[in-house]
Design a protein around this ligand. Structure first.
Ligand code: URA
Length: 186
């Protein structure tokens, strides 16, 4: 059976596959263009996202918007989602069983979108998507290729909130993403 975006959204809205469903206010489905070439995958919704049901609406979202603006991208032309769709209480890392329970949704999103570029934001996403031993400090900005997709990772915007000096480094990674899009699409 072939699921549509609408089917996935409805499944996520009603999902009770892991304990996060008992503490969430609203599940947070990915957002953006269903024709996007670039898919950003972060970790899990924060408190504000849990209230609004929209990814990256809190302080990390302001940083993300600034990075996108600086490299000439808009939210409307990319697709942003998370490894887990429900807010982990206290902003803790999602547990392995929560990531696994939610993974089918990410698979369907990726299958429907067929992105040319996947960007993991932060360690949790990079270790689930690129490799279990991925080290953001050493490997951010590096690229691997799977099928017809180029994958990279950079710091999560919340790392910039904790240490604003990282902004320029992450901006460089974003510039490379835009460059890759131009090269890769030609
Ligand atoms: N942090 C995340 O990892 N995802 C969001 O959607 C918001 C903050």
């Amino acid at each position: 059976m072939q699921y549509t975006w609408n089917d996935i959204e409805q499944h996520i809205a009603a999902c009770t596959c892991c304990p996060l469903s008992r503490t969430r206010n609203r599940p947070v489905m990915g957002r953006g263009s269903h024709q996007a070439d670039i898919m950003l995958i972060a970790e899990a919704p924060g408190g504000q996202e849990d209230q609004q049901g929209i990814p990256f609406v809190g302080r990390s979202g302001e940083i993300l918007d600034s990075l996108l603006r600086d490299c000439g991208l808009t939210r409307e032309e990319i697709y942003i989602t998370n490894i887990v769709k429900c807010h982990p209480p206290g902003n803790r890392d999602p547990k392995d069983e929560e990531k696994e329970a939610c993974f089918p949704y990410l698979k369907y999103e990726t299958y429907l979108l067929k992105p040319k570029i996947i960007v993991c934001l932060g360690r949790v996403a990079a270790q689930r998507i690129i490799s279990a031993d991925f080290r953001i400090t050493r490997q951010h900005g590096t690229w691997i290729y799977r099928k017809n997709c180029a994958l990279t990772a950079t710091y999560h915007p919340s790392a910039i909130l904790r240490d604003p000096s990282k902004y320029e480094m992450v901006k460089e990674d974003f510039y490379e993403i835009v460059k890759k899009k131009t090269e890769w699409m030609d």
